[in-house]
Design a protein around this ligand. Structure first.
Ligand code: J2J
Length: 542
């Protein structure tokens, strides 16, 4: 595999100097962070899941055991390892274990299936796959078998739980002799996060020790996270929001407690909030609305909650009002992206800011540009495309020149694809987006990727996938299909996607058969225009 040094993010030297001098990049690393907290908070509770409670000392011990075990299997520093673990303590045991071993986690979501996992393995040139025996009713050992068949370069599969023929995570032995490796370069890549997928397949996002630690250290200050914070992870632990905004990592950095919920059902979560006196919590808008409603009738005591964060998709002002009324605690809007930039409404912002904006950036050195179609800045208060660059925003995706040419300007700004308005005091309000992804309850789905799967079906002549507004999900996926020969039934097409091994959240909610796309087209229709037209016609017709 490639040496560690090849996985560096490339900020130009002048920016490196600037971010260091400003004190954003302090040369901290994940192994250093873990060791320091384990020493300082040793007997305090770090992580609680449905069956375990780990102190900081136990988290440290577990991470060392995972690191020793991975090294004993013959994996090496710098190796990429795809991790697919749900909301259990072991997620952090494995993540920190990989950091201690100098390996690079690639964070998949539990919902991902063979198609996505295979892509992550190939794109990252991963040496290993670590997963659970089962989570959410799915057996990941079957996925692992298929993965080994498809990806011969993959050297190891490690399974938590009953490992069958694979290496068992539970059998790893602590071996101090293997753990003498030097700390990584703070500017090297610590892990690869998965992009929301605007066009085509998900891209891999290289985040460095320095930049990522800065993002949650600064988030802690904005969100008032301390060693007394008890933060609940109800969204998938691998997602960037509950990982770092300020997320589990911010809370562990501060010496607080991370409480993991396997369930997103309000009553399950409320029981945990009551039992663990949860103070902070991050949700996507649809869950926040459901829980807000349930909170009004629950017998559970939710009075420990201080701040409810909502992000991942747009929260309208009316929805924000309902969330505040339902929970009776403070609302914080969070507009972030795994590529970097995160905006928060501040805890001392007035009601109108909290209801109507998605906050402002973390850092004084987050550069935000709002531009028109020609790339020219628009006047304050007008809508435009959001471009950004800064001390924790990537300068390029991992190993993807074509995507980088599209997604970054020549001077290193990331084209977020979001359409926003910026107020005079720097607050952003999200108005929509420029690219073709669908934001289904915070899950980002590339229209193009879904079309590709549908087009592989023999009875599909052409497919156009669009988002349709949905009262509950925000948006749902609608596929317009022109058939070839006999018309397939919609459930057959959905089952087809499932059988191809695609995450369930990408399967169209609705399939509409049409005779043609091209009636108003002049010559070649751009898919973008086509999608816009279909969306419009469909909404008119409803
Ligand atoms: C509207 N759109 C939003 C919001 C994200 C914190 C919070 C969220 C994410 C995340 C994250 C939005 N209103 N409040 O990584 O650290 C849409 C935008 C954005 C895309 C990024 C974090 N919050 N979005 O959602 O990488 O379109 O990160 O560009 O999954 O989600 O998606 P993702």
């Amino acid at each position: 595999s490639e040496p560690l040094i090849a996985l560096r993010q490339t900020w130009p030297e002048e920016f490196v100097q600037r971010y260091r001098q400003a004190g954003y990049w302090r040369g901290e690393t994940f192994p250093g962070f873990l060791r320091e907290r384990v020493g300082r908070y040793s007997e305090r509770t770090a992580i609680v899941d449905h069956e375990k409670r780990w102190t900081y000392a136990q988290l440290g011990e577990r991470a060392e055991t995972v690191a020793s075990g991975l090294l004993a299997l013959g994996l090496q520093r710098g190796d990429r390892v795809v991790v697919q673990i749900g909301n259990v303590a072991e997620f952090y045991g494995v993540a920190f274990g990989l950091f201690l071993a100098g390996m690079i986690p690639v964070y998949a979501l539990p919902a991902h299936r063979i198609t996505e996992i295979s892509h992550f393995v190939r794109k990252s040139q991963a040496s290993a796959y670590v997963a659970q025996q089962q989570y959410g009713g799915f057996d990941y050992r079957t996925l692992a078998r298929e993965l080994l068949a498809r990806e011969p370069a993959l050297k190891q599969v490690v399974i938590s739980g009953d490992a069958a023929e694979f290496a068992a995570l539970q059998d790893f032995k602590h071996d101090a002799a293997r753990l003498s490796a030097p700390d990584p370069d703070p500017q090297s890549v610590a892990f690869l996060q998965i992009s929301g997928g605007s066009t085509g397949l998900s891209k891999l996002i290289p985040r460095t020790h320095d930049d990522y630690i800065y993002s949650f250290r600064a988030s802690n200050e904005i969100c008032a996270i301390t060693e007394n914070s008890r933060y609940m992870v109800a969204l998938p632990a691998a997602h960037n929001f509950p990982m770092s905004s300020p997320g589990a990592l911010g809370v562990l950095y501060a010496g607080g407690t991370v409480v993991l919920s396997r369930s997103t059902a309000a009553e399950d979560a409320f029981a945990l909030i009551e039992r663990e006196h949860v103070t902070d919590l991050g949700l996507v808008p649809p869950l926040a609305l459901l829980w807000a409603q349930a909170a009004q009738h629950t017998g559970r005591d939710l009075s420990s909650l201080k701040v409810l964060q909502v992000g991942g998709a747009k929260l309208t002002p009316e929805a924000a009002r309902r969330v505040i009324a339902g929970f009776g605690c403070q609302l914080q809007q969070v507009f972030g992206m795994a590529e970097g930039l995160v905006n928060y409404t501040r805890l001392d912002d007035g009601e109108s800011v909290v209801l109507n904006t998605q906050g402002r950036p973390i850092s004084p050195d987050d550069e935000v540009l709002v531009v028109d179609d020609q790339g020219q800045p628009v006047p304050i208060g007008q809508s435009g495309y959001l471009l950004t660059r800064g001390p924790y925003t990537i300068r390029g995706y991992h190993n993807d020149d074509a995507a980088n040419a599209r997604a970054f300007t020549e001077d290193g700004f990331y084209r977020t694809g979001d359409v926003v308005q910026q107020s005079a005091d720097g607050y952003l309000t999200v108005q929509g987006r420029a690219n073709d992804h669908i934001n289904r309850a915070g899950e980002k789905i590339s229209a193009e990727e879904v079309e590709d799967h549908l087009l592989a079906h023999p009875q599909v002549f052409d497919a156009a996938v669009v988002s349709i507004p949905d009262e509950y999900l925000g948006e749902r996926i609608c596929a317009f299909i022109i058939v070839r020969g006999e018309k397939p039934r919609a459930p057959v097409l959905k089952a087809w996607m499932r059988e191809r091994g695609v995450a369930a959240f990408k399967i169209p909610d609705q399939i509409v058969f049409v005779d043609a796309f091209e009636n108003t087209a002049v010559g070649k229709t751009s898919r973008k225009q086509l999608r816009a037209r279909l969306r419009g016609e469909f909404l008119d017709a409803q």
